[in-house]
Ligand binder design. Structure first.
Ligand SMILES: [Zn+2]
Ligand SMILES: [Zn+2]
Ligand SMILES: [Zn+2]
Length: 171
């Protein structure tokens, strides 16, 4: 949705188009990745030092309600992320640094036929996210000395496998 169309819809619903609202719309539309409300608030107060985070949440809700903005929960940050919705798409989230990358393809739509949904079920929306460690975080993690050595007491073997590093630890 274009930003002027979104502002027009907000106005039609009786919402005032304040300079803060317009600025937030422009921030969202020009962002290159999905942002959390605190991140958006931090950017907005550079232009409007008096704007409260509650106001940011309220504007975001009204933009989600008219489908101008997509929201998805990012458990790595314990926060929702907001993104201007030119098209629905999915994300790859780094559990180390919280970086988010937009994915170009939707594998869910392609898999819809083999999903075996209940008879008569009408799909409205779906969620899909990929979690892991980005290249930078991966090299940081492997550069760290291992927390436990596998040599020595055999009883530590099981513990070192449960933290997901079993393969890397093999010598
Ligand atoms: Zn990372
Ligand atoms: Zn995205
Ligand atoms: Zn999808």
């Amino acid at each position: 949705m274009r930003t002027d169309e979104a502002l027009r819809q907000l106005r039609r619903q009786g919402g005032r188009v304040t300079p803060q609202r317009r600025a937030l719309v422009e921030l969202l539309a020009s962002a290159t990745r999905p942002l959390t409300a605190p991140e958006l608030h931090a950017r907005l107060i550079q232009q409007f030092p008096e704007v409260a985070q509650d106001t940011v949440y309220r504007i975001l809700e009204s933009l989600v309600a008219i489908d101008a903005v997509e929201v998805f929960h990012d458990p790595s940050q314990g926060a929702d992320r907001y993104e201007w919705s030119d098209r629905p798409h999915h994300h790859c989230v780094c559990l180390g640094c919280g970086s988010v990358v937009c994915l170009p393809e939707c594998p869910v739509d392609a898999a819809a036929e083999s999903m075996q949904l209940p008879a008569g079920f009408q799909v409205v929306r779906h969620e899909y996210q990929v979690f892991g460690y980005c290249d930078g975080c991966r090299s940081n993690r492997s550069a760290k000395p291992p927390a436990r050595r596998r040599k020595g007491k055999r009883g530590q073997l099981a513990a070192s496998q449960t933290d997901g590093k079993g393969v890397e630890d093999q010598e």
